[in-house]
Write a protein that binds this ligand. Structure first.
Ligand code: NCD
Length: 439
């Protein structure tokens, strides 16, 4: 069995570099201008779409894209009709499906599922949505819409409203906006904010800073007078930064999301935030593009549909074009000449932690111990390689010196990343022949 690294397929927005996204968005434009240019590009290919959660747009737009490129498609569209209801693991199913098709598109309720499928399938896997973790191709749709309207996304301000704790589209979009250098205004509903670990990682990776902004609409939406704005340190401010909160003057786009009830989310005190026709009269929203990955609930009333700022149906219509570009980039890269996707930093297959703290991680359902990967230059953060959740590792060893130190020790900062070995207890390290190095 092939273990990490996961270089094949598209699993996470962390695979996107700025050159990749910029070329990708141009490719989508070129497909839009000449829809027949790649009409036979995937002749002879067989693509499987395996959807273990409900889907309308994502699955059908992948299938429409495959047909438009000349590929054939086999599909599991009803989660109840797959062998997972008989208790089959994702690993077994992916291994078999990889023998049937040249590429798999997989949607699954567990975080990290597409990465696991890619380890065993032997063919590229595209993440069609995995648990709360990510939905990278929806993000490509979202960005394509913004790119069509603005050309350049860098420096724009995009608000993300609603259930950002459980909404995978929100996480993938936020990460990708940071790749492109946009400002991200976080507008979580009460009790529906994401965990600080994700945001800290984003800020660190892209050298972003946190600013607090206020506006009466922020109070109406979130119940808080102010909200967090993440922005690149390099952006010209025109104002002194760092003291108190500043008034929010403009919002270029507002990305609405639904409450993810199937992931246990509940609207808290004050209800769930959405947009109203009345709010659309506020000068703040005068030129704000309204996006939504759909399906919508009450957060986006139909009365808004005829408003020229409402772009969500146009956005959804971009799905097949965008997914054509995704297939082309993975199956015939020589035809489209895109920069490579970033490989996800791989875990060390020799070292595992006992278990991942994220109960929804795919490792729990598949009986896997999580290999870790490491981030951060100063303090090292160990993450589950499948679901990116930080792992508890109070002791850290060095593979070459065979010494173990407390995680906070400055000595740990000197260990080269490939030599780092996390331990949950000192005992565990000593059992593996590491001697105490102090610190
Ligand atoms: C999203 C999803 O499945 O995460 N839907 C989609 O792909 N357009 C958003 C959602 O279901 O809320």
């Amino acid at each position: 069995m092939r273990l990490l690294p996961l270089t094949e397929g598209l699993h996470s927005a962390e695979a996107f570099s700025r050159p990749y996204l910029e070329s990708f968005l141009e490719l989508v434009r070129s497909i839009e201008r000449s829809p027949l240019r790649y009409a036979n590009a995937l002749d002879g290919y067989l693509i499987a779409t395996v959807f273990e959660e409900p889907s309308t747009r994502t699955r059908l737009s992948f299938e429409a894209a495959a047909h438009r490129l000349g590929a054939r498609v086999i599909s599991i569209s009803d989660p109840r009709s797959s062998s997972s209801v008989k208790g089959e693991t994702l690993s077994d199913a992916a291994r078999v499906m990889g023998g049937y098709a040249d590429l798999l598109v997989w949607r699954h309720p567990r975080d990290g599922a597409s990465r696991r499928a890619a380890q065993v399938a032997g063919v590229p896997v595209i993440n069609g949505g995995d648990g709360r973790l990510g939905h990278p191709t929806q993000t490509l749709v979202d960005l394509s819409m913004l790119h069509q309207k603005w050309g350049v996304i860098e420096g724009k301000t995009v608000g993300i409203l609603g259930d950002i704790q459980n909404g995978r589209t929100a996480r993938s979009l936020a990460w990708s906006l940071a790749v492109l250098g946009a400002r991200i205004l976080l507008l979580p509903g009460s009790g529906l904010d994401w965990e600080p670990g994700f945001e800290n990682r984003l800020m660190h990776r892209f050298a972003y800073r946190l600013k607090r902004v206020r506006h009466p609409l922020i109070q109406e939406w979130t119940g808080n007078p102010e909200a967090r704005m993440l922005e690149p340190k390099g952006l010209v401010q025109g104002e002194l930064f760092g003291v108190g909160t500043s008034a929010l003057h403009g919002l270029d786009a507002l990305y609405l999301t639904r409450l993810q009830e199937e992931r246990g989310a509940k609207a808290h005190r004050g209800g769930y935030p959405g947009i109203t026709v009345e709010q659309l009269k506020d000068p703040l929203l005068q030129d704000t593009l309204l996006l939504h990955p759909l399906p919508r609930r009450d957060e986006l009333p139909v009365a808004v549909d005829e408003d020229p700022r409402a772009l969500y149906f146009e956005q959804a219509n971009m799905g097949p074009r965008v997914r054509q570009a995704v297939f082309l980039s993975l199956l015939c890269p020589e035809k489209v000449d895109l920069p490579a996707l970033n490989p996800l930093p791989s875990g060390n297959p020799e070292h595992f932690l006992a278990s991942c703290p994220n109960k929804n991680c795919i490792t729990h359902a598949e009986g896997l111990r999580p290999p870790w990967r490491v981030e951060g230059k100063g303090k090292r953060i160990f993450l589950c390689s499948f679901c990116d959740v930080p792992l508890e590792a109070p002791y850290v060893g060095c593979l070459s010196s065979r010494k173990v130190h407390p995680a906070y020790s400055p000595l740990v900062q000197q260990i080269r990343p490939e030599n780092l070995v996390p331990f949950q207890t000192r005992d565990q390290a000593e059992k593996e022949d590491y001697s105490w190095g102090g610190g």
